[in-house]
Design a protein around this ligand. Structure first.
Ligand code: SF4
Length: 197
């Protein structure tokens, strides 16, 4: 008796979800819903994310000392960011998928930081490199400094330090790769870890 009741309830729910009446007199809505039910795009997204995670194209622009101390040093022969395939810094936002905010964001620079972010196509990510980009750093009390680039754009990875070590920047790229691949275990292990070199 209970089983039959459950079955009836399930049928009622299915009817509610899939019946054309549910979508009123708009047949297009029904078709979109039906296509979504029949075509599973999740594996395609997974393959695309594998490609994205292994060929990150950062946007090359530096705002202050962090760009030289952390970012450029990470690209040099000693740390060699190109080992991971991330060395192709783009000079136009339209060809980049990761914005590296390295240095102090002044209120004067805030406009073009946001404009560059908006010029990047989806999906896109952002790294805040150094104390200034994270929170305003030593200049946080200045009238002209934005206290953290997360006030302007969403940040995915924070790289602490004034300046951060180049190996911390490398680690940040690996964390971003794990995030794109949705590797929760790796991110959990890295939680609270600070690379000091
Ligand atoms: S965090 Fe330190 S090294 Fe980086 S931009 Fe600010 S003052 Fe310069």
């Amino acid at each position: 008796m209970e089983v039959n009741k459950g079955k009836t309830q399930i049928e009622a729910v299915q009817k509610d979800i899939w019946a054309p009446e549910y979508f009123g007199d708009n047949p297009d809505l029904y078709n979109v819903h039906e296509v979504k039910r029949l075509v599973h795009l999740a594996p395609v997204e997974k393959v695309l994310n594998m490609a994205r995670a292994h060929s990150i194209w950062p946007l090359g622009f530096g705002l202050a000392c962090c760009a030289i101390e952390g970012l450029m040093a990470a690209q040099g022969p000693r740390y060699d960011l190109s080992r991971f395939g991330y060395e192709v810094l783009r000079n136009t936002a339209r060809q980049a998928d990761v914005m590296l905010v390295a240095g102090t964001v002044t209120t004067k620079a805030a406009d073009f930081v946001v404009r560059l972010w908006e010029q990047m196509s989806e999906p896109k990510w952002c790294m805040a490199i150094g104390g200034c980009a994270i929170s305003g750093g030593p200049f946080v009390d200045s009238y002209h400094v934005v206290p953290g680039v997360n006030k302007l754009v969403p940040v995915d990875v924070y790289v602490p330090g004034c300046p951060p070590r180049p190996d911390a920047v490398l680690d940040a790229f690996l964390m971003l790769r794990a995030k794109i691949l949705d590797k929760r275990e790796y991110l959990q292990r890295s939680k609270g870890k600070v690379v000091t070199g």
